[in-house]
Design a protein around this ligand. Sequence first.
Ligand code: OGA
Ligand code: MN
Length: 286
Amino acid sequence: MSEIKYRPLTPTFGMEITGVDFSKELASDDIALLKQLWIDASGMLLFRDQNITPADHVRLTSYFGKVQDDIAIQAPVLAHYLLDGYPEIYRVSNKKIDGKPLGREDAGTYWHSDGSWMQQAPRGSILHAIELPSVGGDTIFNDMGAAYDALSEPMRTMLDGLTAMHTVLKAALESSYAKEYAGKLDQAAQKSATKPVILRHPVSGRPALYVNPGFTSRILELSAAESDAVLKMLFEHSTRPEFLYRHQWRLHDVAMWDNFTNMHFAVANYKAHGWRLLNRTTVLLD
Ligand code: OGA
Ligand code: MN
């Protein structure tokens, strides 16, 4: 009998799951239930007290799809943040050892959806909290499905069928990603893809807004001025408080999200309060 229980984190999205221990292999019916809950929670799942090894982290990732193991190829600027021996695990951290950063500092300190600039964007990302500052360093998530539902009918109709350019160049020019891409803007410019503004989820079919301030530079069918105005409105709309869940990390939390229905934002306010280290895996569509 499965011990899995869950409770909502907000009225529209996010669930905290209990009764799961990722340090052990899960039974196939539990895995099937978690995959269903990932959809039911509109993308955001939280598991507390998961004292897991990197190998456990990779294994739990495999329950949800194909584990990405070519981060060093897709994003060469992140190659030196990978965990030794684990091409699947990339580290987010402000820690340095002998002056060498252990992970990427200031990863995602702006609203974004991971890899939306890739032709085949990754479905999910899974963080495991290994070291935390005494205060601060939260991550904020949003619900792009609820944001879509809250748009007026004429606005939804107008947006449906439009496409947008997503490019790393935008993040490299306007955000903390500039640190990684300094002197490599030509590389950033090559990383781009065109995506629908309203994305139907590849598994559930549910529509969601799919433009993000980090990477979306232009709605292609509109004039530049129209695109700027519509994107500004959509960015403000989708980050309204009622669409947000703010996660205050505890040690050994595992939190995962679905890049097709959630954006996220790392709050970089913690640096005077200690080290922060999270291991991250990425999960592709099956
Ligand atoms: C990421 C990311 C947010 C955080 O790992 O993709 O954006 O709070 N991290 O570290
Ligand atoms: Mn991110």
